[in-house]
Ligand binder design. Structure first.
Ligand SMILES: *Cc1c(COP(=O)(O)O)cnc(C)c1O
Length: 405
């Protein structure tokens, strides 16, 4: 890590942060002040190529002009009003999402965890009304990630996120991701739903093996279980299609979105088929801010840009290019292994911990992160260019050469 001069602006912010911000993150000594496209600037005026993109939030890059314009326009018209009234931008957003997916109805909230909470409430109520309240278990995958609330750490298939927070919410079972037999065995009379990420993001960029999602869909149909896809990270174009499930011949009953949906501002959405969504009657669920005018105006602009401005095509093309580049690095360095992912969510499996490589990359002007301890994760904005990928890969190549030496 580059040492900050004692009285630098960065150091001053860090000292203030250390006094009053909770210590939930191990933060890098970078104070972010400005962003544009694939670039982020720090308080010292240094610029970074941002291949983390706010953890797959800035799919359109930082401060996309259409998102900025929508926010400016809406901010001087109506910022917030309650969900007791109808909100035009919320309605428009729901229409676009449903026209382009399996879903008929959308519940809006403010984050991925909240979207998954809504999904879990919906599957429980749906099952209880049909089969009684003993049938409430949800099967999720090991190495999954579904959020940080008490409910979603209960759903997440990683013991580490629950440590210190027990007792968690009962009714979750975890099976190895990609293993159809394990899923079959886990289903019993108490099961009401299965929840999966089509590509596991935090768990190390694990793509569902071919045929897995269809096989799980069939098991759900045979047992009258609801299938939930958590597309909080891989929805909204990240894999090169609007939604990740669209790569396979399969559709869920419920899907959750968040991260990139509004092009930066916080939002969550839970989408469902009519027959399932109908379970939520007035008063059964809600959110003060969910789908508010300001955020949904941004989301309408973000989704229209994603669907109409060639962003998905660029994601497919640049995803293939970045993958080739990563495969070259993987061949060049013995400690670098498999390249995994889809579109512009790619992982490079290492035999060594990735944390130090991430730190060195930051010092050299490239923002990355590492998941599952030893998987370098690449989630650049979907508007990334060939030149920007070349720049990023030159920096990474230099660092890996240093590690090899
Ligand atoms: C980020 C993420 C979440 C949690 O979203 P928050 O907005 O942080 O609550 C849930 N599921 C997946 C797959 C995610 O990547």
């Amino acid at each position: 890590m580059s040492e900050q001069p004692e009285n630098s602006i960065t150091q001053q912010w860090i000292e203030r942060a250390d006094k009053h911000i909770t210590t939930t993150y191990g933060r890098y000594p970078l104070v972010a002040v400005k962003g544009s496209g694939c670039w982020l600037w720090d308080a010292e005026g240094r610029k970074y190529l941002d291949f983390l993109a706010g953890v797959a939030v800035n799919n359109l890059g930082h401060c996309h002009p259409k998102v900025v314009a929508a926010l400016q326009q809406q901010a001087q018209t109506l910022i917030h009003c309650s969900n007791y009234y109808h909100i035009p931008t919320q309605i428009e957003l729901a229409e676009i999402l449903c026209e382009n997916s399996f879903a008929d109805r959308v519940f809006f909230c403010n984050s991925g965890a909240e979207a998954n909470e809504a999904a879990m409430k919906l599957v429980r109520k749906h099952s209880a009304e049909k089969y009684g309240k003993e049938r409430f278990e949800v099967i999720t995958a090991l190495a999954s990630f579904h959020g940080r609330t008490i409910g979603t750490i209960s759903a997440t298939g990683q013991d580490a996120v629950r440590k210190g927070f027990t007792p968690v919410v009962p009714g979750f079972k975890y099976v190895p991701f990609g293993d159809v037999d394990a899923m079959k065995e886990a289903i019993n009379g108490k099961t009401c739903a299965v929840m999966l990420e089509p590509v596991q993001g935090e768990g190390g960029v694990n793509v569902a093996p071919p045929g897995y999602l269809q096989a799980v869909r069939e098991l759900c149909d045979d047992n009258d279980l609801l299938l939930v896809f958590d597309e909080v990270q891989v929805g909204c174009g990240r894999t090169g299609k609007f939604f990740a499930y669209q790569h396979d011949d399969v559709a869920p009953d419920i899907m959750t979105l968040a991260k990139a949906l509004a092009g930066g501002p916080p939002i969550g959405a839970m989408m469902a088929r009519e027959q399932v969504a109908a379970t939520f009657s007035p008063g059964t669920h809600g959110s003060t801010f969910g789908g508010n005018p300001l955020i949904t105006a941004a989301a309408v602009a973000a989704v229209n840009t994603l669907l109409n401005d060639g962003v998905l095509d660029n994601c497919v093309e640049m995803g293939a290019y970045l993958r080739t580049k990563l495969e070259q690095l993987s061949e060049k360095y013995p400690f670098a292994g498999e390249v995994r992912g889809r579109g512009l969510i790619l992982g490079l499996q290492l035999d060594i911990p990735g944390a130090d490589i991430v730190k060195q990359a930051m010092v050299q002007g490239l923002l990355l992160n590492c998941t599952a301890g030893s998987v370098l994760r690449f989630v650049p904005p979907l508007i990334v260019t060939r030149t920007e990928i070349d720049t990023a890969m030159e920096i990474l190549d230099g660092i890996l050469a240093g590690v090899a030496a």
